[in-house]
Design a protein around this ligand. Structure first.
Ligand code: SF4
Length: 314
């Protein structure tokens, strides 16, 4: 995908330079190309960056829906193996791991939860735990006191109100301590197979870059993006967007020059456009490094029993 990625990015840059709007590039219209032509005093890369970063003008709702769905289809090809990157064996473990993942990486959580679940395998065990001992285990995850309160509190609520089982309904999940809609949708989507949109920090950043919505409130983002896709796409869409944010479309330095959806992105040029330099910014398996899961389930292993792409080299 790397070669194709850089090819697409080059095509997008070329289209802007020539003033020839790409069919798949709503951000690169002729108005912007003319403006780029007049900007003789600026460098070529500045012109490309400024021109491509302007929003698509007058994009109709239909065009937006088409572009959004096309981005999701392209990302499905780039990350056919996208899945939750937290290790878990059951809904309780996924719920706890998701609460712990706030403000830290899934890898850090995956390194921490084996000790937690070995000592406290059930909600009953964690509900009865000594908080100081749990804090010691959770210390590497950051905010360990608050996270300890949440996981013990939610375990108590599971025991007292749900018979020790994780409920499979949004309205029940969000009543648990430390559980918001984002966490609830991760659990519903990945432990219960119920469609949900996970609006985390990556999701918020990317959908704004793609101008799917200009909302900043997570609930409004969820509603706006949800309206662009059939419900059945929501869970996989969330994985695709989050994986793209973690690997290519970073917060500070998006690797635009190695981005397979550059021709569809109004924010192309916000990051590094040079293909060689952009490739060096890629993370996890796209950069030839390990992924975040330490214990992938069998379904994420290839036919030979080796880790599928998320854990292997690119
Ligand atoms: S890396 Fe992000 S900002 Fe850059 S082209 Fe790709 S999706 Fe757009």
């Amino acid at each position: 995908m790397g070669e194709q990625s850089s090819g697409n990015a080059k095509k997008a840059a070329k289209a802007v330079k020539k003033g020839a709007p790409s069919k798949a590039a709503p951000a690169t219209g002729s108005t912007r190309a003319k403006a780029a032509g007049k900007a003789a005093s600026r460098t070529a890369s500045q012109v490309v960056r400024e021109a491509a970063a302007k929003p698509p003008r007058n994009e109709s709702r239909t065009a937006l829906v088409r572009r959004a769905r096309r981005i999701n289809r392209e990302l499905a090809e780039v990350y056919p193996y996208a899945h939750p990157e937290l290790d878990f064996d059951n809904p309780f473990q996924l719920l706890v791991a998701t609460v712990l993942s706030a403000q830290t990486t899934d890898l850090r959580v995956n390194q921490t939860t084996p000790a937690l679940f070995a000592k406290y395998p059930t909600p009953e065990d964690l509900a009865a735990a000594n908080p100081e001992e749990v804090e010691e285990i959770l210390r590497p995850c950051g905010f360990f006191r608050a996270k300890t309160r949440s996981v013990i509190g939610l375990s108590k609520a599971l025991v007292e109100e749900f018979g020790g089982e994780v409920p499979g309904r949004l309205e029940d999940l969000v009543k648990l301590p430390g559980v918001g809609r984002k966490t609830a949708f991760v659990v519903l989507g990945n432990a219960f197979g119920r469609p949900g949109i996970t609006v985390d920090t990556h999701f918020q950043r990317l959908v704004r870059r793609w101008q799917w919505t200009d909302a900043t409130d997570p609930d409004k983002i969820e509603a706006a993006v949800g309206s662009l896709f059939p419900k059945s796409d929501w869970t996989d869409l969330s994985h695709h967007v989050i994986w793209h944010g973690r690997r290519i479309c970073h917060a500070r330095k998006p690797a635009c020059g190695a981005c397979p959806i550059a021709p569809l992105c109004p924010a192309y040029g916000e990051g590094e456009t040079d293909p060689e330099k952009a490739r060096k910014l890629l993370k996890y398996e796209k950069g030839g490094f390990p992924g975040q899961r330490l214990k992938p389930p069998q379904s994420y292993l290839d036919a030979g029993g080796k880790p599928a792409p998320p854990l292997g080299a690119a």
